[in-house]
Design a protein around this ligand. Structure first.
Ligand SMILES: O=P(O)(O)OC[C@@]1(O)O[C@H](CO)[C@@H](O)[C@@H]1O
Length: 399
């Protein structure tokens, strides 16, 4: 990435914009949802009242003394943003801090009886247990007799479109789920992606997961396929170290999804066996790195994570939020080459994302023009378009 990117960082302070609506409407709705999720006590309700007031009308406050991650947040610019309106700091930062404070309010970080209780768990469980999940898993049996390449492609698309299953998104985009799936890929670098995962792959695939439930299930199926077919020797699944953006996957969600696959029978259970045994012998590992919940773009990743991505044959980055973090949460001209925005990334990287926020790179001028002609700017946030973008070059990029 150029040292001084010319695209402005996205803030939430423009009334009528998507980021503003997230801060002004989605966050209060999430607080309401959390209040309903568990029989919290008066202290938790008071803390939620205070958070509601702070995040809609107030300013950013420091973390409480003794917060286990206070030092980390200070490194992540907390002091610079303290005292400022939630709307006036980078939107990515503001949203991330909202989830951090929400967890405080319900006692997630303890000490106390609510320590470690995920406030979003009921919503995530309901989705995983929904009949639609059964239907999707049963459909897997129909793939069994297809040639490997077709199965691989179907599973890649399952993982891609699984990103529409985002519980936070549904809070503010009622109806998006009900629409016909828009098949339109606004960018499709899948051939390059597959070239990095050849049938005799000896390397490591890293998949940076996004949502639990109906997104994580197809992500796991894709990993199972790649391991079983020898397209990768090892895989690392990055999940969040704590609940985040409502539906983001944690280790507990991964375990729930895997148990769900195992219980489904048929091809789903076959995939579960592959994953279970790969976890047992270490070919599949799970990581919950603190930076996965950082309010910063990946360009600011710490050295250990950089080394991990550098060593991978391919890193697949899932979802909208991870895309914002991958390319930088900025108002890029849409034709900015994806490879320019990811030039800092230390290894080959691919993004699988449905479009749910304003950020976009890597469109051809013709694609952008067609989208604008058909929908104005709505295509950016409607969740009905998707992309597969690949930057195979890693460190060999000219910086
Ligand atoms: O990362 P995901 O699950 O695909 O999407 C996250 C999301 O719903 O939340 C953000 C707004 O809160 C947007 O980036 C996006 O719309």
């Amino acid at each position: 990435m150029p040292d001084t990117p010319f695209a402005p960082v996205i803030l939430g302070n423009e009334p009528g914009s998507f980021p503003h609506s997230v801060l002004a409407e989605r966050h209060p709705a999430i607080i309401r949802q959390v209040r309903d999720a568990f029989p919290y006590g008066p202290g938790q309700h008071r803390a939620l009242d205070e958070l509601l007031k702070s995040c809609t009308q107030g300013t950013i406050e420091p973390l409480p003394d003794g917060a286990p991650d206070r030092g980390r947040w200070l490194d992540w610019s907390l002091s610079d943003h303290t005292g400022r309106s939630w709307y006036d700091v980078p939107w990515l930062w503001s949203e991330s801090y909202f989830y951090r404070r929400l967890l405080d309010a319900v006692g997630f970080f303890g000490p106390g009886p609510w320590q470690g209780v995920d406030p979003f768990r009921p919503a995530k469980r309901a989705e995983l247990d929904a009949p639609e999940t059964d239907e999707e898993l049963a459909a897997l049996d129909g793939l069994r007799d297809l040639p490997e390449q077709e199965r691989a492609r179907a599973l890649l698309h399952g993982s891609l479109w699984g990103n529409r299953a985002d519980l936070g998104f549904r809070l503010s985009a009622a109806g998006a789920e009900a629409q016909e799936p828009a098949p339109a890929l606004v960018a499709d670098d899948s051939d390059t992606l597959w070239s990095l995962l050849p049938p005799d792959g000896a390397g490591t695939l890293v998949l940076v997961a996004d949502n639990a439930g109906r997104e994580l299930v197809p992500d796991l199926l894709l990993i199972a396929h790649l391991l079983a077919e020898g397209r990768t020797a090892r895989a690392v699944l990055h999940v969040k170290p704590h609940p985040y953006y409502v539906s983001d996957a944690t280790t507990a969600d991964m375990a729930d999804a895997l148990r769900r696959l195992r219980a489904a029978g048929g091809a789903a259970a076959d995939h579960a066996r592959v994953l279970w045994s790969a976890m047992t012998d270490g070919r599949l590992t799970v990581r919950a790195h603190p930076f996965s919940c950082a309010p910063l773009p990946y360009a600011g990743m710490p050295d250990d994570l950089r080394a991990e991505f550098a060593a991978a044959t391919l890193t697949i980055v899932k979802g909208d939020l991870n895309y914002r973090r991958l390319v930088g949460d900025r108002r890029w001209p849409p034709t900015t080459p994806f490879r320019e925005a990811t030039a800092y990334f230390p290894g080959p990287v691919a993004a699988l994302r449905t479009l749910k926020s304003d950020v976009i790179t890597g469109l051809s001028a013709a694609t952008e023009a067609a989208l604008v002609a058909a929908e104005g700017q709505r295509w950016r946030t409607s969740g009905t378009h998707a992309l597969i973008q690949t930057d195979p070059s890693g460190q060999t990029h000219p910086q």
